[in-house]
Design a protein around this ligand. Structure first.
Ligand SMILES: *Cc1c(COP(=O)(O)O)cnc(C)c1O
Length: 484
């Protein structure tokens, strides 16, 4: 299996190289040259397999340059004793037709752990395969959850260092505290005065600067990415779609409602469907930063709009990077088209896709969005009706699900523990209160009788280790300073 850039660089490279590199030199994203399918026999087998065995099969189809032992070791490292349940991604049934896929049982309580527990193993194995002798510096832009998950995954991993930049005003207190208390010899955390899009753009600029690349190579440092622009982030996410689609007993296809920001999670669902998993519609749920809702309905992607801070900060994104991979796939790898669309997005701030592509997209995806008020109503409604506590991101999906007319069984993808966003969740249940966020955390647990997950419980007592703040214009220089 070889990987190619979405933007026209015709060099095809094996998985290990794509994972080490992160982003292609032409700013494109590495994408599999074809999507492998599951045979009927394989589907029958994995229908009764556990999570790790499904992961082994899926990984082996995409990582053909890894040995079976190497794949086994990656999966063992990623999923053995790192999640608080051996199921890794348990399904909770709400009613006959609706289930919740809980993806937040990992060490940082968000779905990013599913991929970021695996990525360090995938990366170090890839470095072994490609004979990489340089040190790898991982640059991460985060809207809140990726940062901590990447820090946990990469802390003290030999041959690597990691720099995380987060929007100083754009994350929840729990998210921020999780990052600035991070321990490890090879970690750096920087607050930026900007939003996620600024951070992601700065990261892409750093990756595609040839002078900088040479300057770092002279010091035996290579850059890579732990954002979902790295193929190693997407691959592990395909597994839980396949696994959960086979776990629901039904003859019908299963619809998924996915709370979406950078389009990585929902893209993994699309790959799972293409591989042959019994998946129906993929429903893209957005918050008030509803650039994707508009795009899926009209075919026009227009980022020229106000950036809104919402109760679901991990989805406060206007430039959804992985849409590029989806359009590449949908257009049968028309890299000229993708290159021109992405240039238009950079230069003019919008693009429109051809009519035929739009119709093809609309056959696969649906999209709706919801406001903060609707998000909080969804949390209250779900609690009152099912005694089930949603976080503010999953609540966006829950609300959007109410608008879905299909009678297929539906899985709502749950991306974070409610205790990561205690303020928004508690207020939804009980209205505004005059308490600190840590007090609210405890109140939320008292009120719901749900336990605060261990990784969040004692956060307020852990010493702060990182307090660098930098201006939007200084991001690139600050990062380079830190790496050097
Ligand atoms: C990252 C994140 C999302 C958005 O996922 P994408 O892959 O960027 O679409 C949704 N919810 C939570 C809690 C997240 O951390």
């Amino acid at each position: 299996m070889l990987y190619e850039s979405t933007r026209g660089d015709k060099t095809r490279i094996p998985a290990a190289q794509a994972i080490v590199k992160g982003l292609a030199t032409d700013r494109g994203l590495y994408t599999p040259s074809f999507i492998p399918t599951l045979s009927d026999e394989e589907i029958v087998t994995i229908a009764t397999s556990d999570y790790k065995d499904v992961a082994k099969l899926v990984f082996s189809k995409f990582l053909t340059d890894f040995s079976a032992d190497e794949i086994d070791a990656c999966i063992k490292g990623a999923y053995e004793n790192t999640f608080d349940t051996p199921e890794i991604a348990p399904l909770q049934q709400l009613d006959d037709n609706t289930s919740i896929l809980e993806l937040w049982h990992g060490p940082t309580c968000a779905f990013k752990d599913v991929a970021l527990q695996a990525l360090p193993y995938l990366l170090t194995t890839s470095m072994k395969i490609t004979g990489e002798s340089n040190k790898i510096a991982i640059i991460v832009a985060t809207s809140g959850d990726t940062g901590k998950a990447a820090l946990e995954g990469f802390k003290d991993v030999e041959g690597t260092s990691i720099v995380v930049m987060y929007p100083s005003e754009g994350v929840s207190l729990v998210q921020k505290q999780q990052m600035i208390t991070q321990q490890g010899e090879n970690v750096n955390v920087i607050a930026i005065k900007g939003n996620f899009d600024d951070a992601q753009t700065a990261a892409k600029n750093i990756f595609t600067n040839p002078d900088l690349e040479q300057q770092l190579l002279d010091k035996e440092i290579k850059l890579s990415s732990a954002n979902s622009i790295n193929w190693g982030r997407l691959l592990p996410q395909i597994v839980y779609y396949i696994k959960s689609s086979l776990d629901i007993e039904t003859d019908k296809l299963i619809d998924y409602v996915v709370p979406t920001g950078n389009f990585g999670n929902i893209l993994a669902g699309y790959y799972a469907k293409k591989m042959g998993a019994p998946i129906g519609k993929l429903i893209c749920a957005s918050n008030s930063n509803n650039v994707l809702t508009d795009f899926i309905k009209t075919g026009v992607y227009d980022r020229r709009r106000e950036f809104v801070k919402t109760l679901s900060p991990s989805m406060d994104i206007l430039i959804s990077s992985n849409l590029e991979r989806f359009l590449f796939e949908l257009s049968d790898h028309d890299s000229d088209l993708i290159d021109s669309l992405m240039n238009k997005l950079d230069l003019q701030g919008y693009y429109e896709i051809p009519q035929q592509l739009k119709l093809k997209m609309q056959g696969l995806l649906e999209a709706e969005y919801c406001t903060d008020q609707q998000t909080q109503e969804a949390i209250k409604q779900c609690w009152d009706k099912y005694n089930y506590l949603l976080d503010t991101h999953t609540a966006v999906a829950y609300n959007v699900h109410q608008m879905n007319k299909s009678d297929n069984p539906t899985i709502i993808v749950s991306t974070a523990s409610p205790f990561k966003f205690p303020q928004g969740v508690y207020t939804a249940l009980n209205g505004e209160v005059d308490l600190t966020e840590y007090q609210i955390l405890k109140e939320l647990s008292n009120f719901t009788k749900w336990d605060i997950p261990a990784p969040i419980k004692d956060l307020e007592n852990i010493p702060v280790l990182h307090n660098t703040v930098c201006d939007k214009k200084e991001i690139v220089d600050t990062i380079i300073g830190v790496i050097n």
